[in-house]
Design a binder for this molecule. Structure first.
Ligand code: ADP
Ligand code: MG
Length: 301
């Protein structure tokens, strides 16, 4: 497979040298950032998401201050930082869920491949289909079968499903759950283990064929073995879907991400902002800001 150099999110003058990405992950050749589609296709081409000067409020409480971050096609971007600094809020802004919260407001722009997702002509339903989300707690529908769960996102969006058996298989395969469920498709989604339920939620999100997958602490409720399986799934998906993951696990950030952004607040009641963003290896091994050094080495947070 040929490799395409990833676009630099840091501009041409970035001090990151020639190959800033991927080298810090243990996935080696399996994870090739840069938008290389899987052989045979299947999924959509990954897409670049760009946040520019995004601020956010709940009522009069400003919780995010001018967040600018490029989340390049085919890469895994990890958002790290202590609780309460706005990581989940930022993710919800990325797929227009923030506006569903009463009193929530936002400023700045988000583009997906150059198109403003908040643009007047951009249907919100399409944005939410393009940009899927997986949450901290696995939340399959317990009254639905495994297969119905996979198709539920599509059905709720009113989309016709043509070859549903093939789509169920493909989605479960991409989520790394097919082998465990191929003979149990008509069992309840609630009958699966926590880790399997989380992969079922990933399969449900993938069935819609999103361009971007947002994951908010997807492993924080899981045991280490299930966490490892989800990380393998993320590594495999990174080639076909742009991934943004929030994690409090610094080892996980190093294992799965190509680039990292550290969010912090400067004090009680202050808005969250990005202290440092860059290739994961630099953020962990050669940070520019002493606060980054302290945070990634567990000296606060
Ligand atoms: P993180 O994910 O980094 O822990 P959040 O985005 O959840 O941070 O929260 C950022 C800030 O916004 C916090 O001060 C939190 O209390 C506040 N906040 C989050 N959700 C809401 C909400 N629904 N209503 C009001 N304030 C909220
Ligand atoms: Mg959160």
């Amino acid at each position: 497979m040929s490799s395409i150099a990833p676009p630099s999110p840091y501009g041409s003058g970035a001090p990151y040298g020639g190959q800033p990405y991927g080298s810090a992950t243990p996935y080696g050749g399996g994870l090739q950032p840069g938008g290389v589609p899987l052989p045979g296709g299947g999924g959509p081409t990954p897409s670049t998401l760009v946040a520019s000067n995004v601020s956010a409020w709940f009522g009069s409480n400003k919780v995010l201050e001018r967040i600018s971050l490029q989340m390049p096609a085919g890469m895994v971007t990890a958002l790290i930082g202590p609780s309460g600094c706005g990581k989940s809020t930022f993710l919800r802004i990325l797929n227009r869920m923030h506006e569903l919260i009463p009193g929530a407001a936002r400023n700045g722009s988000i583009t997906l491949d150059g198109i403003d997702i908040y643009g007047a002509s951009q249907p919100v339903t399409e944005t939410r289909l393009n940009i899927g989300m997986v949450f901290q707690r696995p939340n399959p529908f317990p009254s639905m079968t495994i297969a119905q769960n996979v198709l539920s996102g599509l059905r709720l969006s009113g989309k016709k499903v043509r070859n549903s058996d093939a789509l169920v298989k493909e989605s479960l395969e991409r989520a790394g759950l097919w082998k465990e469920t191929r003979n149990r498709l008509n069992e309840s989604g609630g009958a699966l283990s926590g880790g399997q339920q989380q992969r079922l939620c990933i399969a449900r999100a993938l069935a819609v064929r999103p361009k971007v997958l947002l994951m908010d602490e997807p492993c924080s409720a899981l045991d280490p073995i299930s966490t490892g399986v989800i990380e393998e799934t993320i590594a495999a998906l990174a080639q076909e879907v742009t991934i943004v993951i929030v994690t409090h696990n610094m080892q996980q950030a190093q294992r799965v991400s190509h680039q990292c952004a550290l969010f912090l607040v400067d004090g009680e009641g202050r808005p969250g902002h990005i202290v440092e963003a860059g290739p994961t290896r630099d953020v962990f091994e050669n940070p520019r800001d002493p606060r980054t050094d302290d945070y990634v080495h567990g000296r606060f947070g």
